[in-house]
Design a protein around this ligand. Structure first.
Ligand code: ZN
Length: 166
């Protein structure tokens, strides 16, 4: 099997941000804990699906606000806050920076943002589509700085993708 290097890196919510969200989330609330009876919820800390019966943290997160703050950008009206699941305590994080194995086979929308934090494009993939060409196609555009993956039906932010630095 060939090992073509990925041209992008999938990023979970950063551990230091998760540590903040566990105390007070981006909506200003103390996050709640929920019992995930069925499992299968996408965890933004390690980018895997939860196990049935796991206790999860449910917090509000502002992905573009956080991304923009690190770059001195004001995302303006594009700032959005929404729910994310994560482990209630720090975990080991994702096993790799490629597309998350547990999140394949589900419809996903990839929203593309430019360097000013404004939406500049996007593409949706179905459950039987390979998501990687869609992401690579977006990041081939030099005007696109970051791609946010979101759930299609619920609309929740799932992970960010940026160009690989190597
Ligand atoms: Zn985790």
């Amino acid at each position: 099997m060939s090992t073509t290097p990925a041209r992008y890196a999938v990023a979970p919510i950063a551990p230091e941000v998760l540590a903040e969200l566990r105390v007070r989330d981006d909506a200003g609330r103390v996050p709640s804990r929920v019992q995930d009876h069925d499992g299968g919820s996408p965890l933004r800390c390690c980018l895997r699906a939860s196990e049935p019966g796991e206790t999860l943290l449910l917090a509000s997160y502002a992905p573009l606000r956080r991304w923009a703050a690190g770059r001195g950008i004001d995302p303006g009206a594009y700032d959005e806050v929404g729910p994310v699941f994560a482990h209630p305590k720090a975990c080991a994080g994702p096993a790799h920076t490629r597309y998350p194995d547990d999140l394949r086979g589900t419809p996903r929308v990839f929203r593309a943002y430019g360097v000013t934090g404004r939406i500049v494009g996007g593409v949706a993939v179905g459950p039987h589509d390979d998501p990687e060409p869609a992401i690579e196609g977006l990041l081939a555009d030099p005007d696109i700085a970051v791609v946010h993956a979101r759930a299609v039906v619920y609309g929740c932010f799932t992970f960010a993708v940026e160009r690989a630095r190597c």
